[in-house]
Write a protein that binds this ligand. Sequence first.
Ligand code: MEV
Length: 298
Amino acid sequence: MGFGRGKVILLGEHAVVHGCPAIAVGIERGVTAEAETSERDLLRLSPWDLSLAPDLDGDEPLERAFAVALAMYPSRPSLEVNVDVDLPAGAGLGCSAAIGVAVLDAIDEALGLERSRTDLATAALAWEKVFHGNPSGIDNTMSAVGGVALYRKGDALRPLHSNKPLHLVIGYSGEPSSTKEMVASVGRQLENDPKRVNKALEGIEVLVRNAKLAIEAGDHVALGQLLDLNHTILSSLMLCTTKLDEMCQTARRAGALGAKMTGAGGGGCMFALAPKHDEALRLRDLLGRGSFVAEVSA
Ligand code: MEV
């Protein structure tokens, strides 16, 4: 069975596209896939009742990504890959990257090939590029490798260690968003107003560096404050929605140590940092449909 986990970016999304570090966690929920030899190449995605043949020129990104993935295996039989997705799509939890990782992992298994999860992450970047054009690589890396880690484009992933687990509550706004469009929007803002946007990116980098220390020291009160500040900077880049802001406010008022949007923004998910597991369960109920708790050990 191939598996690609979902991810939550704790701090540093968007800035990571422009070379700054970011901190992310891999979560248990994700995508599973199974591949078997078949009469023709086919990608089936059960939650959406989709059956797609690979097509490099297809309209559907999944058709193109599947063609890119198959091209990585020069001599192979025809393959049918069945995918089960347990993540909301277009929600900032790395769904497209997790599908890519799971599909490649499943094909490796079907063909009896072995490679490390780091190499799998590198291979899945080609899949992710079909969807986002200019991905930083954080989604496919966290999907394949997991844990709690500091990621910077071009550098080896740096796992972070702490003796205190993170009690995260992920809330879904129900608003779909496009990573490609949100990344392009920040790119345009950077071009039009480099002084303002570079200041924002530098601010995020400082928060990420402090958050690394806070995680390692188990100081979740400080970490929560850094999350709130990162949310404010992302708002200034017009990446938040009223709904995401409201959800973050609700979580903070109800005792979260901090809350922020996560991923590309413009909709999708937010998360809150809870002080304890039972508080996380209470916040989950408050944040409503689609919310879930992720306990993450660094
Ligand atoms: C998307 O999950 C995170 C972004 O920073 C894009 C990327 O890093 O490729 C918005």
